[in-house]
Design a protein around this ligand. Structure first.
Ligand code: ADP
Ligand code: MG
Length: 345
């Protein structure tokens, strides 16, 4: 046994995944793509690929039941998995749900969780096909795996971006993060005076972004209808900067985005300012927006330029080590992956 002890926090989440994956290679010809994208890609018949992804939500790390209703938690746990299938340009089809429960939870609480899971299954057209149930010494853990399907010639990886491609992002960014700040603040107010009612009315949009995210399956359909196949795609779970770097690194290209093109909702902007936070930093480094970030070839620009929810924020270039944002003042800011480091304490 070696005497050395290395801290996980020094590697961070992505470093740890790299570290783990180094010792493994794919042995089966049916394993088309393993670790390193939003979902694994497996061969499944003549025309289709099967997609497989898994995501775990842990109480106290990913959610706080003080402000996360169980019905929303159930919905969100499914939505974030469906989002990873959407990021491969696929359609989600089945989920399994694994739970670790403490005796703090009643049957009614489990029913509330599954009401949300059911609503998401209906909305995304997904079948619940199994799972696992066990006890937890402390805290709720919910782990969902999802399968999906995509035509072989329509699968989109993180690795296909080419110089001169246009970088697009859907919806707006930073809202889920700033919504979380509002929820945390109201929780503290409530803890100091339980008679205080949370004042959430004017924050409805951003609180909803945190508690009720949707996978952008609508955009996957719109792109197909417009005849646009993205050259690369990823969902925005860790923040725009981190996801741009994933696309850049996996595609062996550089990215250049423009600060004034980053879509930020007005409520997100105003609330960030109220919290003394830079709205752009919230969009770049806040997580959990579950929008889609993708690149398209210039030839496809016309086909989606009028889509109300797709924003062109920059372009791809050939200098693989240059991932930059041009600020409103015209200065060049290197993009850095903050993401979330749950291991830092
Ligand atoms: P996403 O944010 O899209 O869910 P992650 O950042 O969680 O993706 O994971 C990136 C890649 O690393 C995925 O291919 C995922 O399957 C893989 N991965 C994550 N954790 C592990 C692990 N503990 N062992 C093996 N592969 C992992
Ligand atoms: Mg993802």
């Amino acid at each position: 046994m070696s005497e050395t002890r290395s801290e996980i926090s020094q590697l961070g989440e992505f470093g740890l995944i790299d570290h783990i994956s180094r010792g493994f290679s794919l042995k089966n010809t049916s394993s088309i793509k393993g670790i390193g994208d939003d979902a694994a890609v497996l061969s499944a018949g003549q025309d289709d690929y099967l997609l497989l992804s898994t995501d775990m939500l842990v109480e106290g790390i990913h959610f706080d039941l003080a402000y996360m209703p169980l019905i929303h938690l159930g919905y969100k746990a499914v939505a974030v998995n469906v989002s990873d299938i959407a990021a491969m340009n696929g359609k989600a089809e089945q989920i399994t749900v694994s739970l670790a429960l403490t005796n703090r939870f009643s049957v009614e609480a489990v029913d509330a969780l599954y009401k949300g899971i059911h609503a998401a299954c209906e909305n995304y057209g997904v079948d619940l096909i199994g799972g696992d149930t066990t006890a937890s010494p402390s805290g709720l853990v919910i782990s969902i795996s999802v399968t999906g399907r995509v035509k072989k010639d329509k699968v989109v990886y993180r690795s296909g971006a080419k110089p001169h491609d246009i970088i697009c992002v859907t919806g707006d960014l930073g809202g889920a993060f700033i919504g979380l700040q509002v929820l945390e603040r109201e929780k503290q107010v409530f803890l100091s005076d339980p008679n205080m009612q949370p004042a959430l009315d004017s924050f409805e949009y951003i609180v909803g972004r945190q508690l009720k995210p949707e996978a952008r399956t609508d955009v996957v359909s719109d792109l197909a209808e417009a005849g646009v196949l993205p050259t690369s795609m990823i969902d925005v779970s860790d923040g725009l900067a981190s996801e741009l770097l994933h696309i850049g690194k996996n595609s062996g290209v550089g990215v250049r985005i423009f600060e004034d093109k980053i879509p930020i909702d007005q409520v997100t902007f105003n609330t960030a300012v109220e919290f003394n936070l830079d709205p752009i930093t919230c969009a770049l480094n806040g997580g959990e927006d579950y929008e889609l970030l993708f690149t398209i070839s210039q030839a496809d620009q016309e086909k989606i330029k009028n889509h109300p929810d797709i924003h062109m924020i920059g372009y791809v270039h050939d200098k693989a080590d240059q991932h930059l944002m041009i600020s409103k003042q015209g200065t060049i800011v290197p993009l850095q992956a903050q993401g979330w480091n749950h291991f830092a304490s």
